[in-house]
Ligand binder design. Structure first.
Ligand code: HAM
Length: 490
């Protein structure tokens, strides 16, 4: 049997490591020309317990064996590195997501990025299924990188069962993977902020969710003239379909076909709808209702009695009480591309029409039962990190975020390095952030570094002051300098 032998930690003490992974047989003795390698490998096998087929200790190649393998320094297509400057922006954005969720009283949750593939396989022919990153793991289980968070949420709610009291208000920020065609703001990996309410069947839940997104937009400087929400209800389609005797089982599939209206020619849409068995007459009526842009017109088509109209009217009235009426508009063409939505659906769009949907969500009352869970109503939204950054860039609303360290501490002589470390430790224990200069550097270098990391104070540890238990503190904005006893340093 062959096993991959990794080489890092335990062996790093054996040699200055040129690390690499090797395939070796764990059932036959390993032959190494270099006795030091033999020693290291023996130690590794021992600590591994000699299990076959498992990942065991690393091997280290000696210098003659060193191979240079040039790598592509770019991350895989559609994925991103987050260098410190990107990470600062990401943290800024995620902090807003978190802060808004906290303002609304939601609890944070998270799930594994890797889930069983079956969790994401639904029959309706959703695009998301063709975009799955899926594979068989070493235990021959079919797994997938999550393309969204909602199925994991449903899984966890079912797992928790009666141990949680409803309603649940949960939020999550997680990386999702979709093998997408790359366009502006659409990537193969993105982070999604989700807020979900489990256990509330009323439109009050959707109304609050939209209010939280509006709160986020306002915080980052986006106004109702920049973005809006298109709102509809899948019950509109449901009522139309039942009028034409179309079985309920076709509902999800019809929604998925209709969601493609702006992406493929209308004749294709009609053909696909026809292939489900819906009559031509019904298809024409369906397509007509999708062009309706006001609730009054919708009422004329559907009559005033149905749930679709009642829900939508209530949502628009709640929007007034929450104070975001100017942000929302009815648009029957919004259906959303996931088959599990059952009621109100909404999406955030940029009014200039340059970008794809900023966020989207809706009610998915039937998702938990389709996984074998109780019939618990649910709704929520997903908000990606990519489109919003494009919009903020366009509007010049991205903040300038530099590194932010309060103090830079530097020893003026080599043998005061230890004293500088003591000063840094004392400050850090008081909650101050400190960049400690770890080598002997000229003062010019230290000042440059202080400016680059936006330090507010420069703390110099000099011989005479230190003998007196003091350090020299310079406030960099004013140039004001003073000697401060270590015990008084705040
Ligand atoms: P979704 O509409 O597929 O819904 O995605 C929600 C948001 O995630 C999109 O509006 C967009 O901001 C972002 N997004 C999706 N795909 C990509 C991509 N390839 N690149 C960049 N951003 C992307 C859902 O995923 C639902 N699970 C949302 C939900 C939560 N519904 C109820 N609860």
């Amino acid at each position: 049997m062959r096993a991959i032998q990794f080489v890092t930690t335990r062996l790093s003490s054996c040699l200055r490591p040129t690390l690499r992974y090797e395939f070796v047989s764990s059932s036959s003795p390993r032959l190494f020309s270099n006795p030091r390698r033999l020693l290291c490998a023996a130690a590794a096998t021992k600590s591994d317990g000699g299990r076959s087929g498992s990942i065991v200790a690393p091997l280290v190649a000696n210098e003659e064996e060193e191979e240079v393998q040039k790598i592509d320094v770019n991350p895989p297509k559609g994925t991103r590195d987050f260098a410190p400057e990107d990470m600062r922006l990401r943290n800024w954005l995620f902090n807003h997501f978190k802060e808004v969720s906290r303002l609304f009283g939601y609890e944070e949750v998270d799930y594994p990025v890797l889930e069983t593939e079956a969790l994401f396989i639904r029959k309706a022919g959703e695009e998301i299924r063709d975009q799955l990153y899926c594979f068989e793991d070493r235990g021959k289980r079919r797994v997938a990188l999550r393309p969204e968070l909602t199925p994991s949420l449903a899984r966890l709610v079912i797992q928790k069962g009666k141990s949680v009291s409803l309603p649940l208000k949960w939020f999550a920020i997680g990386q999702c993977w979709r093998y997408e065609r790359m366009t502006r703001g659409r990537r193969r990996e993105h982070y999604q902020w989700n807020m979900d309410i489990i256990g509330v069947p009323h439109v009050t839940a959707e109304a609050e969710l939209i209010s939280s997104i509006v709160t986020f937009f306002k915080r980052v400087g986006i106004t109702a003239s920049d973005v809006g929400f298109k709102i509809s209800s899948r019950k509109v389609l449901q009522e139309m379909l039942s009028k034409y005797g179309v079985p309920e089982t076709l509902f999800g599939r019809v929604c998925i076909i209709i969601d493609k209206i702006e992406k493929i020619p209308i004749d294709e849409i009609k053909k696909e709808l026809g292939s489900t068995g819906i009559s031509e007459d019904a298809i024409e009526q369906l397509l007509q209702v999708l062009s309706v842009k006001s609730l009054d017109d919708l009422e004329d088509v559907l009559g005033g009695a149905g749930e679709a109209i009642a829900d939508l009217k209530q949502l628009f009235s709640l929007a007034e009480t929450f104070g975001y009426s100017e942000w929302i508009q009815f648009d029957a063409s919004v259906v959303r591309g996931l088959s599990y939505y059952t009621g109100i659906v909404f999406e955030g769009f940029d009014r200039k029409g340059n970008l794809r949907a900023i966020c989207g969500g809706g009610r998915y009352d039937r998702l938990l039962p389709t996984y074998g869970g109780d019939d618990i109503p649910a709704c929520g939204f997903g908000f990606g990190d990519a489109v919003i950054v494009e919009l903020l860039k366009e509007k010049n609303l991205l903040p300038e975020l530099g590194q932010d360290v309060e103090n830079i501490v530097c020893a003026l002589e080599k043998d005061l390095q230890g004293a500088a470390a003591t000063v840094a430790t004392a400050l850090r224990s008081k909650g101050q952030t400190v960049d400690l200069v770890l080598e002997s550097k000229p003062l010019k270098w230290v000042f440059k570094r202080a400016a680059r990391i936006n330090a507010r104070r420069l703390i110099l540890v000099g011989k005479t002051e230190w003998e007196d238990g003091s350090v020299s503190v310079k406030v960099l904005s004013s140039g004001e300098q003073s000697q401060v006893k270590l015990s008084d340093l705040e």
